[in-house]
Design a protein around this ligand. Sequence first.
Ligand code: NDP
Length: 246
Amino acid sequence: MRLKNKIAIVTGGSRGIGADIAQELATNGAEVIIVYRNRDDKACEVIEGIKAKGYKAHMYKCDVSNFNEVKKFTEEIIERFGKVDILVNNAGISEIGMLIDMEEETWDSISNTNLKSIFNMCKHIGRHMMWNKGGSIINISSIWGEVGASCEVAYSATKGGINAFTRAFAKEVASSGVRVNGISPGVINTEMNRWMTPEEEQELQEEIPMGRFGEGSEIGKIAVFLSSEDSSYMTGQILRADGGML
Ligand code: NDP
């Protein structure tokens, strides 16, 4: 129970990697608050699953790309729980297509959901963590933020931005005892990758030295490490988990 008595927020915790991160944090003792935007059914499933195992979980509907919604959400959380020890900025979206065909609204939506959301959350929760002289922030990036993906230019740009944000913010808050790290996953088995045909999936798997996509729980275990005292001297790091792909 490495995270006993810790309060953790996981954005995008209702599905995919975020749901697995929430489960891993909870089974290590953290009381988990999952944030989602649309799918009440999925969010409910995740927290009921965690509670059924005897751990504590809560769900909040909040669009993390919206500054005012995040401000209201974070004020409510601090009031209700008194503190936040762990913040996992995981919510993210992508859209496959050529940049030259992309509408401005799509660019704004991807960049606000993936990158501005991190500003929104870190501004409010980061301030609180600094007052409390401690906390761990984990930003979920992507290998495409390091090397770029064709037909995912906006997505890649936001993930590259997250890497720079993570390193810069880590330096800014380190003396207050707040650590900021990132995880850079390769291809993980979630709804985000359901657009591929079985042939495309197989082709992509063949490019991965480990010969398979990753599972959300494999990212969740890294999040537990970065949340816990086991990583107490680490900040500003982006840990890559990609089956050897890069
Ligand atoms: P999914 O599409 O499976 O889940 C996305 C989650 O984010 C959902 O819970 C969704 O909630 C939530 N979400 C989306 N937009 C918002 C918003 N504006 N406000 C609040 N919540 C929101 O994604 P993955 O699990 O695949 O990806 C999670 C993260 O991991 C993303 O940042 C992604 O970029 C990153 N990643 C994923 C990889 C992969 O191969 N899957 C690889 C590398 C990185 P709702 O359902 O309610 O909309």
